[in-house]
Design a protein around this ligand. Structure first.
Ligand code: T46
Length: 327
């Protein structure tokens, strides 16, 4: 369900017992936000339910560090029940999700890690008010859908079932000649995607599987380090199957830049490319990216929203509209 992710923390188990460490603060840590507050709930009668509210703007991770608890989460359209039945499971709940906690076991202790201090004003307590506000919130998010389809291609938010395809491309020596190859297995890709989903819901990163209109899988592309304050992001991780349609990379670039500049309203997109990756450099140059600096390994490029508008209005849209594969 959107804005909710059930994740597993690593547990160190030996003959002395188990230990689960939790670090917060940044990408690839256990908790993808600065933990400003913790609280815990216990001694809850088993026939009692708590919660019944949503937050306007708050990230939390809920962990049943003792006993079991169930959490019912609702957005404007659907609901899902998550079972917190182990101290190494954490339920991320983002903004605009109605939550109800129930079926507390006698010994249950529900620990909550929160991204902000207690603020009464951040609570939505009335369910009808919640439905109205969450409708608006998710409609805004859904605005992205109109940028996910173009002439020949579709962008699909990456999800767990894509782990195998992602793993197969990222462990292909030829395809990963100029990007980092993965060392892990399909399971570790699944774990990575679980963590990614939280960043997607936080609007920090967008990772897409590229398909054609017949749902043939063609590759992946990513917009990351999305910095809403400084209005910039990084384009990268573009990987496509051998034998991909000609000019597919250009079409993907147009789609992702539309997302960056028209949907996210960023001012600038940056990318880095290996010095020896001549084909990619030619593509980015042709697309209008300008080189800002280089080091021994990489060249760094950027495209501003003005430059994109200019290119897009004066040719690229026509160019992409006219793209027909096989000709
Ligand atoms: C949530 C779910 C999972 C504070 O003074 N400071 C705090 O940080 C919190 C969380 C609560 N309070 C006070 C406010 C109330 O007078 O503690 C009392 C009980 O809080 P509440 O009725 O909101 O508890 P729950 O179990 O319904 O909800 C809590 C959190 O408030 C909420 O943010 O997501 O747990």
């Amino acid at each position: 369900m959107r804005n909710c992710v059930l994740k597993e923390f690593k547990s160190y188990n030996d003959s002395r017992g188990s230990l689960v460490p939790i670090e917060g603060g940044k990408e690839n840590k256990d908790i993808p936000f600065d933990i400003k507050r913790i609280y815990y709930i216990y001694n809850v009668p088993s026939d009692l339910e708590r919660g019944f509210h949503s937050h306007l703007d708050l990230d939390q991770v809920l962990i049943a560090i003792s006993g079991k608890v169930k959490i019912r989460c609702k957005d404007n359209k659907s609901e899902e029940i998550y079972h917190l039945d182990s101290p190494n499971k954490g339920l991320y709940i983002g903004s605009m999700i109605w939550r109800e906690m129930f079926d507390f076991e006698d010994n249950a202790v529900l620990l909550v890690l929160a991204s902000n201090y207690y603020d009464k004003e951040d609570y939505i307590m009335d369910y009808n008010n919640f439905l109205e506000l969450s409708d608006k919130y998710f409609k805004n998010k859904d605005e992205i859908n109109k940028y996910l389809t173009s002439n020949n291609l579709k962008l699909n938010f990456v999800d767990i079932p894509d782990a195998e395809f992602l793993h197969s491309l990222r462990s292909d020596k030829k395809l990963t000649q100029f990007i980092s190859q993965t060392n892990g297995d399909v399971e570790s890709q699944k774990k990575w995607i679980t963590e990614y989903k939280i960043r997607e819901y936080q609007n920090k990163e967008l990772y897409f599987k590229i398909t054609d209109h017949d749902n043939n899988e063609l590759g992946f592309v990513r917009l990351y380090n999305i910095d809403h304050l400084n209005k910039k992001a990084t384009f990268g991780s573009l990987i496509m199957v051998d034998g991909k349609p000609k000019l597919a990379a250009v079409e993907v670039l147009v789609m992702v830049m539309n997302i960056a500049f028209k949907y996210l309203k960023l001012d600038k997109v940056e990318l880095d490319v290996r010095v020896e990756n001549l084909r990619a450099k030619k593509l980015y140059n042709k697309f209008g990216f300008e080189k800002t600096r280089e080091d021994e390994l990489d060249e760094f490029y950027e495209l501003t929203s003005e430059k994109f508008d200019d290119l897009y209005e004066n040719g690229y849209s026509e160019y992409v509209r006219s793209l027909k594969y096989g000709k």
